[in-house]
Write a protein that binds this ligand. Structure first.
Ligand code: ADP
Ligand code: MG
Length: 720
């Protein structure tokens, strides 16, 4: 591994700041610099005559200054006129110093570069760069690099180029993989950093040039190699086998008969897939995806039952406390009679629990008495020690970061069974520490992973899909309504309430501060209460938000479940999992501010019973009277479809894979160059998938070198 300090020019004063900025960009090793590729290029290889310039083009001209002076046109500005062969162009500067005026003095002949505009008043350029005319022209296109605040282009350019030079001198760019019709890596990098004028700028900028193809192919290969490695590592891990024997089958049957419904065909199928995985002595790594309301919870309960019946513990991690309580109530209802008979119990953990209660819970978890543990991310804290954890279920997995999920599967337990089963000398007699047992992992999500991403990022993940909703659901009708027509919405609410139904009203996160959001939600609540007091005095409106104490929250939710409260105004705390089938109308205020996945989740709170349900997306225009394109696309997607898969596909289109996977927060490495929505790159992905195992099996050292080149040490690609 190479940890040589980066190639920063010796501008000592800026150094520490600049170095920090470089680190922020992930630029540490020479090879990182070499692989930091230009965003675009500027052509400084020729001079354009002013009369040949085209509107909107970035050009380099040479012209003589004919006037230069400061003017006040609303704002103080420096206005300079230059002339080239009789054509005139006006240069405008808002930020300028006395040195500008000296350099732009009348009579000076200058080389000027910038975006040129033509209007009725003639040619003009805003904030062009300039230097004395004459001088040699650049032989190559000038690369413009992605950068960050406080890191000037000239600085990063020098750093990248010297990094490239050093990496190349040290042989770090030597071939790890030959791709017949593409240039070698070293040549590709040379070309991309210093393209000669004969190279097509379009091919460079749309990344179709063979040099780019080489980089995308290499990047995808590194990704596939690192995932394959991770998969092979995982294959070596051991887990408790939880077979479905006769007693388990009867447990399963008892649990099913306790349910108020029959499982759908899809639920039966995914349950079988999961049961088969759990029966193996290697850790399951499975995603259970199914649209909101498709009934994932009961499938998790059956998996938990299989685990508990085999004598082990199961942990269920959920993103919010309300959801933890709901699951707790439901799972207790389903599982407790069966647990009680065996002297086992259910424990729950949350961040806001009273100290004593928490201690009791921790003790039950450590002793193994609690066979099922439900909680928020409080579960992953190091203080929580499981006696014999064998299954971890993560609900709404996309709400957790990669690190949190990893922490859960790291909750290993010692191998309890093996030493006894071995019979002869126990392992500890031999001085061997018992091998840690990893829990089986079941992740659940209503936000399905689109196929292209699943192929590339989650190659190591098995996926089960619930593709049907329980019978008797009526489709939800979605309407977009301007905030100015709020009265219409209130009438809709009154109609639902008169029909004995219940309503959600969700307020968005508007400000950075929770306090402000609370004020907004409170105002909405008060206004709604006032409107309803006239139309329907018996209706009860309640307000739910994150500042409410947890016991009170629970009481409020219960009151809503029992229909003692008819309208629940809330901030986004109800986002996930809440299940009240009598609620038939969901109003989302400032819907334009929500993400698509979030809107879909929220809408999924209604349409859970037999009655027809509706979702109203209230939107407001920005101060400039507009609705952004992305917001428009999101709202349109909501009206067009209720299919979670289609929603996820559109979300990917709108946001791009990086944000979609939430990698920004998790810090996991994303693909930088390959774009899996491009058919050509999908082709490279297939190639990488086929090549990775061969390289790993036949040329391990090269494979490792290749991964090392592309992955900063310690980082890993998503899913790995
Ligand atoms: P999600 O997949 O969104 O987590 P839930 O597990 O919360 O969905 O289930 C939604 C609702 O459907 C719950 O009220 C649940 O009890 C109910 N349900 C689940 N499976 C069935 C089924 N097979 N038939 C009828 N209702 C079901
Ligand atoms: Mg759920």
């Amino acid at each position: 591994m190479n940890t040589t300090p980066p190639a920063v020019p010796p501008q000592t004063q800026a150094k520490t700041h600049a170095q920090r900025a470089l680190e922020k960009l992930g630029l540490l090793r020479d090879i990182d610099f070499a692989l930091h590729l230009p965003l675009r290029y500027e052509d400084e290889t020729h001079i354009t005559a002013l009369r040949d310039a085209r509107h909107g083009e970035t050009v380099q001209i040479e012209a003589v200054v004919t006037s230069c002076g400061i003017q006040f046109k609303g704002k103080r500005q420096l206005i300079v006129t230059v002339v080239d062969a009789g054509e005139e162009c006006t240069l405008r500067f808002f930020n300028f110093y006395p040195s500008h005026q000296r350099a732009l003095a009348v009579g000076e002949r200058l080389r000027i570069r910038g975006e040129i505009k033509k209007s009725l008043l003639g040619w003009s350029m805003l904030h062009p760069t300039f230097k004395p005319a004459g001088g040699e022209l650049s032989q190559v296109l000038t690369a413009v690099y992605p950068t960050t605040a406080g890191l000037p282009q000239g600085y990063i350019r020098k750093a990248v180029w010297s990094g490239l030079l050093r990496a190349s001198q040290r042989g770090e760019l030597s071939e790890t993989i030959v791709i017949s019709h593409l240039p070698r890596l070293a040549d590709s990098l040379e070309l991309l950093h210093h393209p000669t004028p004969d190279v097509s700028v379009t091919e460079l900028e749309d990344k179709s040039h063979p040099a780019w193809q080489r980089l995308k192919a290499e990047e995808l290969l590194a990704q596939q190699l690192s995932q394959l490695q991770a998969r092979r590592e995982r294959a070596k891990m051991r887990a408790h086998a939880l077979p479905m024997n006769a007693s388990q089958a009867s447990f399963d049957k008892a649990l099913r008969s306790a349910l108020p419904f029959k499982l759908t065909t899809a639920q039966e199928r995914v349950q079988r897939e999961i049961a088969a995985d759990l029966a193996l002595a290697k850790p399951m790594n499975r995603l259970l995806q199914g649209d909101v309301g498709s009934g994932k919870t009961v499938v998790a309960a059956l998996a938990a039952a299989q685990c508990i019946e085999a004598g082990f513990q199961c942990a269920l991690m959920v993103p919010t406390e309300i959801l933890a309580q709901q699951h707790f109530a439901k799972l207790v209802g389903w599982l407790e009679p069966l647990l009680a008979a065996r002297g086992l119990s259910v424990a729950w953990l949350s961040g806001t629990q009273k100290a004593k209660e928490r201690r009791d819970m921790l003790a039950k978890i450590e002793s193994g008495e609690a066979a099922l543990v439900v909680g928020t991310h409080a579960i992953i804290q190091s203080k929580v020690t499981f006696a014999k954890l064998a299954l971890v279920v993560v609900d709404e997995q996309h709400r957790f970061g990669v690190a949190q999920r990893l922490a859960l599967i790291q909750k290993t337990t010692p191998d309890l069974i093996a030493p006894a089963a071995v019979g002869e000398m126990s392992r500890s007699d031999k001085g061997v520490v018992p091998e840690p047992m990893h829990p089986h992992l079941l992740m659940m999500s209503a936000t399905p992973i689109p196929r292209t991403l699943a192929m590339s990022y989650y190659a190591d993940l098995d996926v089960s899909t619930i593709d049907e909703l329980p019978p008797g659901r009526t489709p939800i009708v979605t309407k977009i309504v301007a905030m100015t027509k709020r009265d219409e919405v209130v009438r809709r609410i009154v109609n639902q309430l008169k029909a004995g139904r219940q309503v959600y009203w969700v307020c968005p996160l508007i400000e950075e501060s929770e306090a402000v959001d609370l004020v907004n939600a409170t105002q909405t609540h008060d206004a709604l209460q006032a409107s309803l007091a006239v139309a329907l005095p018996s209706a009860k409106v309640a307000l739910l938000h994150s500042k409410i104490a947890s016991a009170e929250k629970k009481a409020l939710m219960q009151a809503f479940e029992k229909n003692e409260v008819q309208v629940l105004v809330s901030t986004t705390v109800i986002e996930v999992g809440v299940d009240v089938p009598n609620a038939t109308l969901m109003v989302i205020e400032h819907a334009e501010r929500f993400g698509l996945a979030q809107l879909h989740q929220l809408r999924g709170r209604v349409g859970r019973g037999l009655a027809a349900s509706a979702c109203v997306l209230l939107y407001a225009l920005s101060e400039s009277g507009k609705l952004g394109d992305a917001a428009k696309a999101r709202l349109k997607a909501m009206v067009d479809t209720t299919d979670g898969f289609e929603i996820a596909r559109r979300d990917l289109d709108i946001r791009g894979p990086g944000e979609f996977l939430g990698a920004r927060q998790s810090g996991a490495q994303m693909l930088r160059f390959a774009d899996l929505s491009e058919p050509q790159d999908q082709g490279w992905l297939k190639w990488a998938q086929a090549t990775a195992p061969i390289l790993l099996d036949t040329k391990l050292d090269m494979a490792l070198r290749h991964v090392e080149r592309w992955l900063p040490s310690g980082a890993s690609f998503m899913g790995a």
